[in-house]
Design a protein around this ligand. Structure first.
Ligand SMILES: [Zn+2]
Length: 242
């Protein structure tokens, strides 16, 4: 899971969510060199839903929130590497700025316009829903949480004229109620932010994801990937050391 892919200097607080394009390119190259196969999220989810074993060292790339730099910077690098990806879009901010982050004290960044979302989709980047206003869903009433999920899916489907199958919980804020709602609304999968290997017997509405931060250089990146891939298979120290 990435957020912004941008060379733009960030405040130290926002650096976590902003990966420089050269660094993103090096991560994609490192994954390949380390024997990882990047698959479309659709393919991974289909295996989980069929309870079929996943290939070893298989991963999906996801970009959260819908920053404009997904089309400016991420798309050319994904094409160069021949790697599929899914972009999760918070729909109230389409063509605007990352208003929920600005309210939390982060820098303003431009978000994808409707045309740019269509361009990403036509270029082979899958588009997923990430709620309308990027709230903590567990703090909302059940009706409001359902509305956030359903409306973001509907806005994107109308824009693309294609089904939007995947959801990512804002902040990874998910409880059994949100998982049930994601299923009820009709998504085929939903992603959280807990790192770990995808369990073929796991819940497709609680897929693990590894957050990659802007400060993750090559050694740190590969270490994180390795630790996440081993998590649950044996005891691993929590990451963040060093
Ligand atoms: Zn988000």
């Amino acid at each position: 899971m990435y957020h912004a892919i941008s060379p733009r200097p960030e405040t130290s607080r926002g650096a976590r969510f902003c990966c420089a394009p050269q660094r993103f390119r090096s991560h994609l190259q490192l994954l390949r060199a380390a024997g990882w196969q990047v698959l479309p999220l659709d393919d991974l989810v289909a295996l989980v839903r069929a309870r079929r074993p996943l290939p070893t060292r298989a991963a999906a790339i996801t970009l959260d929130d819908g920053f404009r730099d997904a089309v400016e910077h991420a798309l050319p690098l994904l094409r160069e590497a021949g790697v599929p990806a899914t972009a999760f879009v918070a729909t109230d901010c389409i063509g605007r700025a990352n208003e929920w982050m600005v309210r939390e004290g982060y820098d303003a960044r431009p978000m994808l316009s409707p045309d740019e979302i269509v361009r990403l989709h036509r270029s082979g980047v899958a588009i997923g829903a990430h709620s309308a206003s990027h709230p903590r869903l567990s703090l909302l009433s059940r009706d409001d949480a359902e509305r956030e999920m359903r409306s973001s899916r509907d806005v994107l489907e109308r824009l693309l004229g294609a089904p939007v199958r995947h959801f990512a919980y804002p902040y990874g804020d998910v409880s059994p109620r949100e998982r049930e709602l994601a299923r009820l609304v009709g998504f085929t999968s939903a992603c959280g932010v807990v790192p770990g290997p995808i369990d073929p017997n796991g819940d497709p509405y609680d897929l693990p994801r590894l957050e990659v931060c802007g400060w993750d250089g090559p050694v740190r990146f590969l270490g994180k990937v390795l630790r996440a891939s081993l998590r649950g298979t044996r005891r691993v120290r929590p990451h963040g050391v060093g």
